[in-house]
Design a protein. Structure first.
Length: 390
């Protein structure tokens, strides 16, 4: 169970990540394990079984006003309680595979955005779900693809004999919770975005999977732009916590096995996890300090693109563990232009630098600071961006 709890703790701490959905046989401790974790952390939580509680608990039952001219959708009691609580909270959707199709649309807004009865729950209220395989669920129903695509699908394994005996005798090990430093996460998020952009740029068909391929498989994880974002956010979390050993399970849970591990047509060379293993990037902070460290490998344009993208994100950062002053941000921005200028000196293709340069030039993100000589050098070569620097 320790492995499952570690994965859960990463999902719940990752900013704007899709909620986790654990699949596993009945009776293997899914509900008990997550409930024990909430009690151990001191979190408030609500155990919600949609198939049992019905539509009233999902905020979709209209109630007329006194003059009967307006319909209202009352906030369920559990949602009002969690919203009023000052503790971190979890909405725990249990036995979600027993939810009738008519009620599944009501869960979509709750799962994705924390919206119930037209109201958004506070950010501290997280969501997760568990499910039995359809053939084991009581009144089991396949999750509609639109609902399935709102979760990171993970597997809760059954304990082996030794593990169960240890639990029975009170000797089971405690379940460690992975801690993620929010300030350190921001740096890794920039690198994760760079890696994701480079992979999709070189494997464009991997952005969106044919939905029909995911129908009927358990877990029903599938690749879409939405799940790619969560896969990259989880990558940033695993890098921050230095727990990349947990990332393969999370990547497959977000993207499905085809994109994450098998590759298109069964070619592992085009799989995200295989590509990621072969693309460890230089630290963009080192390149900001010394642009001469940048070296373009003509055989790996995807890696060059990812490196420059990461440098651009670092040059635009507002924090590196502590909030940066506008002066410091401007200095880092100019250093990033030095790296891009260094790249152009190595005769890389302009297509590798266009997107990083566009990032750097975006008015809504760049600091209030002069462009500098190196930025002007890049702007001269990439003439199409001159208007952005005006």
């Amino acid at each position: 169970m320790a492995h499952e709890i570690e994965l859960l703790s990463i999902c719940l701490q990752t900013p704007n990540c899709l909620p986790p959905l654990y699949w596993g046989d009945f009776g293997v401790g899914k509900t008990a394990g997550i409930t024990a974790l909430m009690n151990g952390l001191g979190w408030d939580y609500e155990l919600l079984r949609p198939g049992e509680r019905g539509e009233g608990a999902l905020g979709v039952v209209p109630v007329p006003s006194e003059d009967r001219r307006v319909l209202h959708y009352p906030l369920p009691d559990w949602a009002a309680r969690l919203a009023a609580s000052d503790r971190p909270s979890l909405v725990f959707l249990d036995e979600i595979s027993s939810t009738p199709p008519a009620l599944q649309p009501a869960i979509m807004g709750l799962a994705l955005d924390g919206i119930i009865a037209g109201q958004r729950l506070p950010e501290r209220v997280k969501r997760c779900a568990v499910a039995n395989p359809i053939d084991q669920a009581a009144g089991g129903w396949d999750l509609a693809p639109a609902l399935a695509n709102r979760f990171v699908h993970l597997t809760w394994t059954s304990p082996d004999a030794n593990g169960w005996v240890a639990w029975l005798s009170g000797q089971a090990s405690t379940c460690p919770v992975v801690k993620i430093d929010p300030s350190a996460w921001e740096k890794e998020w920039g690198i994760a975005k760079a890696l994701g952009a480079a992979f999709i740029r070189s494997h464009p068909t991997s952005l969106h999977e044919d939905v029909s391929k995911a129908v009927g498989r358990t877990p029903p994880a599938m690749t879409t732009p939405r799940t790619w974002e969560s896969a990259l956010r989880l990558l940033a979390s695993c890098r921050t916590a230095e727990r990349m050993d947990l990332y393969p399970a999370l990547a497959q849970g977000a993207l499905g096995p085809g994109t994450a591990l098998e590759g298109p047509g069964g070619d592992p060379g085009g799989a995200w996890l295989v590509w990621l293993k072969n693309n460890d990037l230089p630290d963009p902070e080192d390149l900001l300090d010394d642009p001469t460290l940048f070296v373009h490998d003509k055989t790996r344009p995807d890696r060059t693109f990812a490196t420059l993208y990461a440098v651009a994100e670092a040059g635009l950062a507002k924090t590196t563990g502590k909030k940066l002053s506008e002066k410091t941000r401007g200095e880092r921005w100019q250093k990033a232009w030095r790296v891009l200028a260094r790249a152009l000196e190595q005769n890389i293709g302009k297509d590798l630098i266009l997107l990083p340069a566009r990032q750097m030039a975006a008015r809504e993100r760049r600091p209030m600071h002069p462009l500098g000589a190196h930025g002007e050098q890049v702007a001269t070569i990439l003439a199409e961006f001159v208007d952005l620097y005006a």
